[in-house]
Write a protein that binds this ligand. Structure first.
Ligand code: ATP
Ligand code: MG
Length: 415
């Protein structure tokens, strides 16, 4: 190993990246709170079954992308490839059935063994929202409107598009499945190997195939809308009417099927053209079957996940770190005094750092480099007179200010 590097597909997040990251998380948390969502945090690994069962053995995630291993005790565990299944597991484990509806928001790392490229990593991070309990279409509207508000707050109103589709109820999906099997069976030998397998296991997934030959056949495949029963059509109409009422623009895209097995009714994706190949920034849908599949009481649910890396990349500007006030004590006694003055300034809401080494010139250079707003210089003379020399680093001016007046002085100067 010539140079110590992070493992393939992982990266360190610091400096500007970290500030962009934090902006996404802060916006997510603030908007989520305004919709009544509360934080939940689940372990980053689970028994493999938690993901295998709901996502489906044949999904790309389970068949190719999971980090699964046996731990030292012989348990088979998996680093979470997504948050939804973990949160639903937690809902069941903790008997939250009594507290419906549950509005959960969560963020953190997820892991998928993929070919790393820009916007695609092996350890990436998601913001995630889940609304568990409500079965009515207006609940779908709430969580989509929340996602939209996050994207708008981040400044992406003109750069994201919402694609919306319905996967219907189970009766409609079964009817459509039959249609697809009939259609694709006639062209079986033209399908990719993967899709020939999908024809047996989950023909809906063929619509999602990235293979060229498959895509040609998909163009003329039967349309889902022709297989929807009345209840499913009604559900979809109410979602659309609600989105319009919420002021959320959308396009119906009949080809949108989500990659995971547990979805029904509403499926949606916010896509962008500003990220090249990795165009999906946030996606989700309704998963009424998921909690029962995990072994819980049948419970409706709807949610979404967004990729923090992709959202952070889209930000127009890197947020600034707050400008610090820098304590510059000269001498031992002043250094102790500066500690208490700094705490008082933090009480008053300022960001305060201390620079205790080197001569005055070096310290002032560092303060300017840190984009500090003020330097608070305390030497023996100042100590004697109970004042500090407060230096306005933008103006280049300085003034003696009594220790207990510094906060007010800076506030006035800033206003
Ligand atoms: P894609 O089609 O890009 O593979 P996906 O359908 O696998 O996305 P989801 O499972 O819906 O993605 O995950 C939700 C969001 O998480 C995606 O929209 C994307 O922003 C982000 N995401 C998924 N996989 C990765 C990854 N490997 N690296 C970075 N972000 C990711
Ligand atoms: Mg993927």
């Amino acid at each position: 190993m010539s140079k110590l590097q992070p493992a393939r597909g992982t990266r360190d997040i610091y400096g500007e990246d970290a500030r962009r990251f934090q902006k996404v998380i802060d916006t997510f948390t603030a908007v989520g709170t305004s919709y009544g969502f509360e934080s939940i945090s689940t372990p980053i690994f689970e028994f493999t079954e938690v993901f295998k069962r709901p996502l489906g053995e044949t999904s790309d995630v389970v068949s190719k992308e999971m980090y699964t291993f046996e731990d030292r005790g012989g348990e088979e565990v998996t680093l979470r490839p997504e948050l939804t299944a973990s949160i639903c597991r937690s809902f069941i484990s903790n008997g939250m059935m009594q507290n419906l509806p549950c509005r959960f928001m969560s963020w953190g790392p997820a892991f998928r063994y993929e070919r790393p490229q820009k916007g695609r990593y092996r350890q990436f991070h998601q913001i995630d929202a889940e609304l568990i309990g409500p079965a009515e279409p207006e609940a779908d509207v709430d969580v989509i409107a929340m996602a939209y508000r996050i994207l708008v707050t981040l400044g992406f109103a003109d750069r994201v598009k919402l694609n919306l589709n319905t996967l219907g109820d189970s009766e409609s999906r079964e009817a459509y499945r039959q249609e697809l099997v009939t259609y694709f069976t006639a062209y079986k030998d033209q399908l990719s190997e993967d899709s020939q397998r999908r024809l047996e296991t989950n023909p809906l997934r063929i619509l999602d195939s990235k293979d060229e030959a498959d895509q040609k056949l998909v163009v003329d495949a039967p349309r889902f809308s022709d297989s929807l029963n009345e209840a499913s059509v009604d559900f979809f109409n109410r979602v659309q009417a609600g989105l319009t009422a919420a002021g959320v623009p959308f396009d119906v895209n009949e080809r949108l099927v989500r990659g995971l097995d547990y979805y029904c009714h509403t499926a949606f994706e916010f896509i962008t053209e500003s990220l090249g190949a990795q165009g999906t920034v946030l996606a989700g849908g309704r998963y009424d079957g998921l909690i029962a599949q995990l072994g819980g009481q049948p419970t409706a649910g709807i949610g979404w996940a967004g990729g923090i890396e992709r959202l952070a990349m889209m930000l127009d500007e890197t947020p600034h770190a707050p400008r610090p006030v820098v304590m510059v004590p000269m001498g031992e006694a002043a250094t102790v005094k500066a500690i208490s003055v700094a705490e008082k300034l933090r009480d008053a809401g300022f960001t305060v750092t201390s620079d205790r080494s080197g001569n005055m010139k070096k310290r002032m250079n560092r303060a300017n480099k840190a984009h500090a707003s003020f330097g608070i210089i305390i030497g023996d003379n100042e100590l004697e007179n109970h004042v500090a020399m407060v230096k306005n680093l933008d103006e280049g001016t300085q003034e003696e200010v009594a220790f207990d007046q510094i906060a007010d002085f800076i506030k006035r100067a800033n206003s």
